[in-house]
Design a protein. Structure first.
Length: 562
């Protein structure tokens, strides 16, 4: 395998005809372009491919790796913009194909690839969302738009049926049995990857959810940076459809990035794993790190069989009320994982006590200092004569419950204490939040900020951070606010109580939360001593937590041994 540099990143292809490729691609667009071509170079080793690129609207998510990118069978490919030709620089594998690979071979055997790379203009729009057609879901959507708190109450009742899935011990996955007669994959067999050639570049394989704003993503990018600085090539896979606005982050400089577009199914045969085997026989992969990537979780057993001596680490943050989420995915493949990294004591206890994971496999290393350096934290007194500033910092996503914050502001707006309100963040519900704010008559009351504004800048102006989430792990913004001298008021969810005392917690029930937020914010606005006491208690809990090694320090030591 030979390689060349394209925009300072590893390239597994050579463009043999590229006159039509636009010369004005942004960093984000260039990385989507390179990611798609690296994927198809791995999937068509040693071959030449015709490339067709298509136009789209703001509703068109990138189509880079999904099954339709091989045969063009998608409505996304209607308006061709330009073409190119490429040669894969990946060495073919000398191996007889199995009958079970017929579908994959037929799909990948096409001599052309069909790709859509969305231009940066799409970032100004909310991501396109699924519009339900079932009557009950349409009714629920209408309620969500007009009475968001009522919708939250209904959804919480519906979530009760999932409670057993995360409060009881989960059975472990039996990977070998899936390929036994009568198993899920009895038409094939497990074929581990061959060894990498001598002198192959040393690499660490990362699985991310997507390249978007979030605490989990901030930590994932930090771990990528640490691996790169330790001398490894980061190979970074994402598995969630997205416009991938954060793919241009500097932490990804020099990485081999493959942003998936869903669904990548037929091209990947269970037990064979065409993409991963191509990576493992091209690079000397020294470790695997999973950050909320279900596609990679499903293949960890195969990786462990192919490379039994390399560490496989997963990092989890939050137990989801609907089915357990990624921590449960991790538990199901516990036999393949060497280390479970958790960010809070509560999640570590759930792993060991509820799920029976061996305690010596669980590392609790908290996040912190990813956007605000703790330094010598000190309480920040209010600016004399300034309004009491209450802030929300987080993604505009259902989990963060921005509607609860808006409703609390609606009740606080008439307070005799002058107050100022800031909502900082963006996400797939940003426009909906704008509608909720408008419906509550708060357009001139709540100041909106996107992630283009540094978190530290907003915390510089804050007197109180309100975390109104429906569910959480231990939020990065909580640690950042405390380190910044700002106390935190939070719903009693996830691991927030590891840091926040009872005086700073409110009910998870949305209607109770709104009333309790109003009451507690008013108290803290009127009583500076009470606000300082809350911060002091949170700071003491945060200091106790930070007696543990930080996630960054732990991972730097971990990866140094790879």
């Amino acid at each position: 395998m030979t390689s060349e540099s394209v925009s300072d990143r590893a390239a597994l292809y050579r463009l043999t005809h590229s006159e039509e490729v636009p010369s004005d691609l942004s960093v984000r667009e260039q990385r989507l372009f390179e990611g798609a071509l690296n994927f198809h170079a791995l999937m068509a080793p040693g071959r030449r491919l015709q490339l067709h690129f298509y136009d789209g609207t703001w509703e068109s998510l990138p189509r880079l790796t999904d099954d339709s990118s091989f045969n063009g069978m998608s409505r996304a490919f209607r308006a061709r913009l330009f073409g190119a030709e490429m040669e894969s620089l990946v060495a073919p594998e000398d191996r007889a194909a199995l009958p079970a690979e017929e579908a994959s071979i037929h799909l990948t055997g096409h001599g052309a690839r069909h790709l859509h790379i969305s231009r940066d203009e799409v970032i100004a729009f909310d991501p396109p969302r699924y519009v339900p057609t079932e009557p009950l879901r349409r009714v629920a959507r209408a309620i969500r738009a007009r009475a968001p708190l009522m919708y939250d109450e209904i959804r919480d009742v519906e979530l009760l049926r999932h409670r057993r899935s995360y409060t009881s011990r989960a059975a472990r996955r039996d990977y070998a049995a899936e390929f036994a007669p009568g198993g899920a994959h009895d038409d094939t067999r497990i074929v581990p990857a061959p060894p990498a050639p001598d002198g192959a570049p040393k690499a660490v394989l990362f699985g991310l959810h997507w390249f978007e704003l979030g605490g989990a993503e901030r930590w994932a990018f930090e771990s990528i940076r640490i691996a790169r600085e330790a001398g490894f090539l980061p190979i970074v896979l994402s598995n969630r459809d997205s416009q991938q606005p954060w793919i241009s982050r500097p932490e990804l400089d020099g990485a081999l990035i493959i942003p998936f577009s869903e669904a990548t199914v037929l091209s990947q045969t269970a037990g064979i794993e065409e993409l991963l085997r191509a990576i493992l026989r091209t690079y000397d992969v020294r470790g695997v790190v999973v950050h909320h990537n279900q596609w990679l979780y499903d293949r960890l057993d195969w990786i462990a069989l192919s490379r039994p001596d390399i560490p496989i680490v997963d990092s989890t943050h939050i137990v989801e009320y609907r089915g357990g989420g990624f921590p449960l995915s991790s538990v199901l493949v516990d036999d393949a994982i060497t280390t479970h990294h958790t960010i809070s004591p509560s999640l570590a206890r759930w792993m060991t006590e509820t799920q029976g994971v061996a305690a010596d496999k669980v590392v609790m290393a908290p996040l912190g200092g990813l956007t605000v350096k703790p330094g010598d934290a000190a309480f920040r007194p209010r600016v004399p004569g300034a309004p009491f500033t209450v802030v929300f910092i987080g993604r505009m996503a259902r989990q963060k419950a921005p509607e609860v914050f808006v409703e609390a502001v609606h009740r606080l707006a008439g307070s005799p204490v002058p107050m100022r309100f800031i909502m900082h963040g963006d996400g797939d519900m940003a426009t909906w939040v704008t509608d909720v704010i408008r419906g509550a008559g708060l357009e001139g009351v709540i100041e909106r900020r996107t992630s283009a504004t540094p978190v530290a800048a907003t915390l510089d102006e804050a007197d109180l951070l309100v975390v109104s989430s429906h569910n959480e792990g231990l939020t990065l913004t909580t640690l950042e606010a405390i380190a910044h001298g700002v106390p935190v008021l939070s719903t009693h969810v996830g691991a927030q109580s590891d840091i926040i005392p009872a005086r700073g917690l409110v009910s998870r029930n949305v209607h109770l939360a709104v009333r309790q937020i109003e009451k507690k914010v008013t108290l803290l606005a009127e009583n500076e001593s009470a606000r300082e006491l809350l911060w002091q208690e949170e700071r003491a809990a945060e200091q106790q937590l930070t007696h543990h090694v930080s996630a960054s320090d732990w991972f730097a030591k971990e990866v140094s041994a790879w």
